[in-house]
Each structure stands twice: as C-alpha cells, then as structure tokens.
Design a protein around this ligand. Structure first.
Ligand code: ACM
Length: 510
C-alpha cells in the first residue's frame, strides 16, 4: 500500500520548504529549552507567547528537548530565515540571525493546537506539534502593514496587540501613520502645540457624503515613552516600526498649531474635521524647513528604523500658485513653476534624512517626480511601481486596489462602514504580486516588498480595525513571504488558520 500523503502543514504564511513527518512531539511541564548563545530573546518570546494558554514553564535546561541555536554560518537563511526540525523527541530551531529565530517561534506556535494562542488558560489540551522538517526564508524583505492613527487615535496598548498579530504572520514592518490633516499624534518638545492643539479636532464626519457631523471631539497623542516602548516591544517580535510624518500636504493639524508654517500669514485654521484632500499645505519658507528638521530629529531619536516616511501624497498646488513667497522660491530655485515645488520640497527633506543615515520613503504620486534615493510606496497606479523600479528606485508595492484594507471586503449593506469605493476581496489581496508585471530582473530587484494599508476614517475602534484587517492581511503576508501560492492551497491553509485568529479573539470578516 502506498504511504499516505502527509497532511500539508497549515501554516500562514506558507514556508519555503516544509515536509510533515509521521508522529508528534509533545510539550509538557517537564519540557526544558536548551538556549544557545544569542537565542535568549527567542526563548523568552516562546515562553511569553505560550504561557497564557498552556501554563508551561519551558525553563532553560542543558539537556532540554527544545533547542534554539543561532549560527551565523547558516548563510543561506539570510537575516530572517530559519530551519525547524520537529522529531518525536526533540524540536530544533536554527537561524543565522535573531530575527530568524523569532519567526521560527511563530511557526512553532502555529504548529500547536489553535488553543495555544488563547490569552486564557486552556485545560485538557495536549500541547503537541506534528513532526516536520521546515526551511523557511522570506521572498521579500518589506512585508508591511500601515495603520493610520491620525484619523482615529488608538492607545498604545492597542498598538502592541496590533504588533502581536503582525508578528504571528511574519509581517516585519509596522508603518505608523502619525500625522494628518485631522490629527497629530507624536510629541515634539520644541513644538508642544503640535499635540496640544493639533492632537484634537472638534468633530468628525458621519457617513461618506454630505455635511453631517457627529459633534463629538476626537483626540489623543502618544508620549515619547509610549513610542519608544512600542519600538522596543515590536523589535522583540521581529517588527520594525517605520514612522510617517506627512509633508508638505496632509499637514492641516500642524498648521492649526503653528499657522505661520502655512502660506497665508495671519490666518488661523482648525484641525480639519472633514475627510479627503485638503488645500492647505505647508509653505516653502525657511522656517518650514527648520520645523521639518526639528520634527525629524525627534522622530529619528525615537524611531531607529532605517526608513523614515515623509508622506508626499496628495499635495494641491492651489496655495503655492498664489503665494508670493512660493513664487520667490520658484524663481530662486530655478524651478519651472509651483508644481515643481513638490519634488523640490521632498528632495530637501530627503537629503536631510540621508545626511543622517536614514532612507526617505514617500508615497508615489506620478511615478516620475520623486527624487533619487527615495524608496517609493506606490499606491495609486501599478504603473508607478514599475516606472520607479525601472528608474532604479526601491519600491514597496501598495497598490490600493489590492492592499487598501479600509475598503470593504465585499459589496452590500451588511458590511460595516468602510472607505467608499472599490471592493478589495481576499482573493484580490492574495493575487497581489509585489513585483509589477513587465519588470525586468534588474527592476524586480528594486522591489522591496508589499504593504497593506488601514486608513481609519471609518475604522473607529479596534474591533472595526481587525474586522477590516483580517483575514485579508493573511493573504498579503502569504504573498509577501512566500511569493505566488495557488489560491486553493492558500484557502485550505487559511481555513485551518482561522481558529488561531478566533483563539486570539480577532473579530475577523466571516
Ligand atoms: C494615499 O492613499 N493618499 C497614500
């Protein structure tokens, strides 16, 4: 009789190579962990993740059956890959770098019964995992998720949970959209009014159309300690927090706090209470660049990420076109007209970040106008990703038709409020190839990866955020880590992954 086909391992994202073997390994109260040099953070994470549901102590032990080792000579695994061998009597997790071990810990967690992900003690469960041989290396280095905390603020405790869920899916970039027209969420000591005034709006729109408002003030800001704590919390889980400070557009909250940074001297503005694209943008006078440098100095102090996002999207030129100061700047810089101030502005601020050893990131508006040395977050048109990669710019593919999770997952009135516009189905997200069609190998090498976006005009609570994010983020994670996987293979793994989300209490889309 032919041997039965071993069941596919229901892991999300799908590992590069995985073979299920017969038999199982069981963790119990006596199981110890042999922790190699440099593997302590991963051992701590394993304990921390499994303790609430299993109560297992998993103490360090020289003869422990679970072995975590770090071996920089395992070069084929890169910075994030790992190898995992589960046998009937031992579990061996190896990586070349600490982040690889952290990803491997998440795989061990997924191989256990789904109850292991519960936040409360679960009695009567045998904590066993299938014997398996796994070698797993991500296809893309940037596997991101953006959360907009400017339109609706979420407390830092919730951001930590968001990070926990990203780490489960081996998403390694948490892009935090900290400022926008409707709110500024990061304190900057030299400009205290950014959060005192810019952190609060008087009301928010109700519904997508018309002039209805809720008349409920909305506000909030993080402390520096909360943000540095979040950075450390995420790093311990293999996630880098990439901050975004929007400029020169989407800056109305900053202009409400410091009107002299705008284009109309003597004007006062409110923190915007509408959704959409706002005409008011930063000016181009010297004080504005002093402001940007001071803010970004604080941002770089709090966020060690190699990349810093400076927005750059949706910048109407209406104000620059009628401002004498902007006209003087156009002449002095030898620009063609006020439209060229967009690229000029970003290039000045980008150069400042580069001098400080950071890589500027911006949303692509046209695919052509971003300065060199920027990484491009292509959201609007797939052609922008291709154009930027062909130009030799690094690209994060954030095509809104495939990665904007604030859009509804299906049509119809049964859906919770979501961004009006196109439906983005689970299948659309799964079909999102970070490498644009038509890219040569040279251009493809500039594609850093993919990112999901959750804008929060309509996502007001953690429950709504998670309902929008899951399970679609599982599809993005699969694609960005594993490359193309057949839809049916993904669906069958996802069906066995959903009980894990349920154990974590994620209010996911059905
Ligand atoms: C964007 O959606 N405005 C980047």
């Amino acid at each position: 009789m032919p041997a039965p086909t071993p069941p596919a391992l229901p892991l999300v994202p799908r590992p590069t190579r995985a073979h299920a073997r017969g038999g199982r390994f069981t963790l119990d109260a006596g199981t110890g962990v042999r922790v190699g040099d440099g593997a302590e953070p991963a051992a701590r994470m394993l304990r921390e993740l499994l303790a609430p549901a299993t109560g297992l102590p998993l103490p360090p032990a020289e003869d422990g059956a679970v072995v975590l080792t770090l071996d920089p000579a395992l070069t084929g695994l890169g910075d994030e890959g790992y190898g995992l061998t589960v046998g009937p009597r031992s579990v061996l997790l190896r990586a070349a770098q600490p982040t690889g071990l952290l990803h491997g810990v998440q795989t061990i967690r997924q191989l256990l019964p789904s109850e292991a992900l519960s936040g409360a003690p679960r009695a009567g469960v045998r904590w066993s995992l299938p014997c398996a041989e796994i070698t797993d290396v991500p296809r893309h280095h940037w596997r991101g998720a953006m959360l907009d905390v400017a339109r609706h603020f979420q407390p830092v405790e919730y951001l930590r949970r968001y990070v926990d869920l990203l780490a489960l899916h081996k998403i390694n970039v948490f892009h935090l959209h900290l400022t926008d027209d409707q709110g500024w969420r990061m304190p900057v000591p030299a400009y205290p009014k950014l959060t005192e005034i810019g952190g609060h709006r008087s009301r928010s729109p109700v519904g997508a159309e018309g002039d209805a408002y809720d008349d409920v003030p909305h506000g909030g800001a993080y402390t520096r300690a909360e943000l540095t704590g979040l950075v450390a919390y995420a790093a311990a889980r293999g996630v880098t927090v990439v901050p975004e400070i929007e400029m020169p557009g989407h800056a109305r909250a900053a202009l409400a706090a410091y009107p002299h940074l705008g284009n109309r001297p003597g004007r006062t503005l409110d923190v915007w209470t509408r959704w959409g694209v706002c005409d008011t943008v930063l000016g181009v006078h010297d004080e504005v660049f002093d402001f940007c440098r001071t803010v970004l100095d604080e941002v770089m102090d709090v966020f060690p990420s190699p990349s810093i996002h400076i927005g750059g999207d949706e910048v109407p030129v209406t104000e620059w076109a009628t401002s004498p100061e902007a006209a003087a700047r156009v002449r002095e810089a030898g620009l063609e007209g006020p439209g060229a101030l967009h690229g000029w502005f970003l290039s000045r601020v980008g150069a400042f970040l580069i001098r400080n050893g950071r890589r500027p990131v911006a949303w692509a508006e046209t695919g052509a106008d971003l300065p060199d040395h920027f990484a491009v977050m292509a959201w609007r048109d797939p052609a922008h990703a291709l154009a930027a990669a062909r130009r030799g710019l690094d690209v994060i593919n954030a095509d809104h038709r495939r990665t904007y999770l604030d859009h509804p997952q299906r049509g119809g009135a049964q859906e919770l409020p979501a961004q009006p516009g196109a439906v983005v189905t689970l299948r659309d997200v799964h079909a999102h190839d970070p490498v644009p069609e038509g890219a040569s190998p040279e251009a493809a090498a500039h594609v850093l990866g993919a990112q999901a976006q959750v804008w929060t005009e309509y996502a007001t609570t953690p429950a709504r955020l998670e309902y929008l994010t899951y399970p679609r983020l599982c599809a993005l994670a699969d694609r960005a880590w594993s490359g193309p996987t057949p839809w049916r293979d993904f669906r069958s793994r996802l069906d066995r992954h959903l009980p894990r989300l349920d154990a974590l209490g994620v209010p996911r889309h059905p």
